[in-house]
Design a protein around this ligand. Structure first.
Ligand code: CP3
Length: 342
């Protein structure tokens, strides 16, 4: 039984849209906070396959989501490419040496760092409830590069954007290296049991059109092509956050099987500009889920109505906020499951 989410990715329109939430495993859940405190750091949790399997399953048990996303992080790729990666409490990720100062050639690759993540997926294949789709993921080359170059998160991705303009050959080599590592990583995830994969492009929105084509569309197209050659039949969801009016071009040129909409997009607009039958995912505002109330219910119904003519996977427009009350998640799922297709 492949499950309704996988069916939807293959183009079927079920009565109630399947649902999962980006960042559905994490700090808004007390059971996550307890295990995280026991294991120490975030990376200790990610590289402990048993613990990561447990964390992946926590939101499935609690809410009955149709998809379980591997518990890991997009910054595992830089770690496997040889950067030191740390997650500092309250400060976010820290990568050294940052590639604004160091050369790619100075890093020594550590591909074995992917192994425990594959171990997590194999455990999940064993323990996953019937009908729940197992999702793997990676960051897009552009988004991963923004962290590798600056060494941290940044407001405007300025260091990577400047390198892309000013040291084009160097930046191209970095993107090529990330593509190669990401393709290997996603093939490894599929072989270990991922039934579909999502490419997170969280910072796609910071690029002007030509740069968007060069660093978002083209690398994603190459990853999709390589995966289609090596592992045909595994759906790929692209999530170009902030793409705005560039969304249809991304959908057409990258060849992704489904596209994630962030919360800034009008779902009716997206429905009107995307290719017929292309599955879409999204796009409830995470801050409305946090706030709750009647406006939450109305927004969910508006999204469901706007996308009812095509395969639609209900999701947030971005990751769930850590302060989201659990009753709001339960309420949202109730509204979704009561919705009638008319
Ligand atoms: O969706 C899921 O539940 C699966 C796990 C997942 C995590 N990160 C776990 C995580 C996924 C899919 C990601 C993706 C990710 N990681 C992205 C792309 C999506 C997005 O949100 O834009 C990005 C940009 C990252 C990089 C990252 N990881 C940052 C900037 C941070 C620090 C900020 C923060 O929220 O703490 C992380 C840490 C992180 N990744 C946590 C979790 C649960 C919090 C770690 C903790 O327990 O302290």
């Amino acid at each position: 039984m492949p499950g309704p989410l996988l069916d939807c990715l293959h183009g079927n329109i079920p009565n109630t849209p399947p649902v999962w939430f980006m960042r559905q495993a994490g700090r808004y859940l007390p059971e996550y906070r307890a295990l995280r405190a026991e294991k120490g750091g975030f990376l200790d949790l990610v590289y402990d396959s048993e613990a990561a399997c447990e964390v992946t399953l926590q939101p499935i048990r609690r809410f009955g989501f149709d998809g379980a996303i591997l518990f890991s992080d997009i910054l595992i790729v830089p770690h496997a490419m040889g950067q030191d990666v740390r997650f500092l409490a309250g400060e976010g990720p820290d990568l050294t040496p940052r590639l604004a100062d160091a050369a790619l050639e100075d890093l020594s690759a550590r591909p074995e760092r992917f192994d425990p993540v594959y171990g997590t997926l194999r455990l999940l294949r064993r323990d996953m409830p019937e009908g729940v789709t197992l999702l793997g993921f990676a960051g897009s080359p552009w988004t991963v590069a923004t962290y590798m170059v600056h060494g941290q998160g940044s407001k405007d991705q300025g260091a990577a954007r400047a390198m892309a303009h000013g040291q084009r050959d160097r930046f191209t080599a970095l993107i090529d290296a990330i593509i190669e590592s990401t393709v290997n990583y996603l093939i490894g995830q599929i072989d270990a049991g991922a039934e579909a994969v999502q490419v997170f492009d969280s910072w796609a929105g910071s690029l002007p059109p030509e740069e968007f084509d060069a660093w978002v569309i083209e690398p994603t197209r190459r990853i999709v092509g390589a995966l289609k050659d090596a592992r045909p039949g595994t759906p790929i969801i692209g999530f170009p956050k902030g793409a705005g009016e560039k969304l249809p071009r991304y959908a057409e040129r990258t060849g992704v099987d489904a596209i994630g909409l962030d919360e800034t997009l009008d779902p009716a607009w997206a429905d009107s500009v995307l290719p017929d039958g292309l599955p879409v995912q999204g796009n409830l505002d995470p801050m409305l889920l946090l706030a709750g109330g009647d406006r939450l219910d109305a927004s969910i119904v508006r999204i469901l109505d706007a996308l009812k003519r095509r395969p639609h996977i209900f999701n947030l427009g971005h990751g769930i906020d850590r302060h989201t009350p659990i009753p709001h998640v339960e309420r949202a799922l109730g509204v979704l499951r009561d919705w009638q297709r008319t």
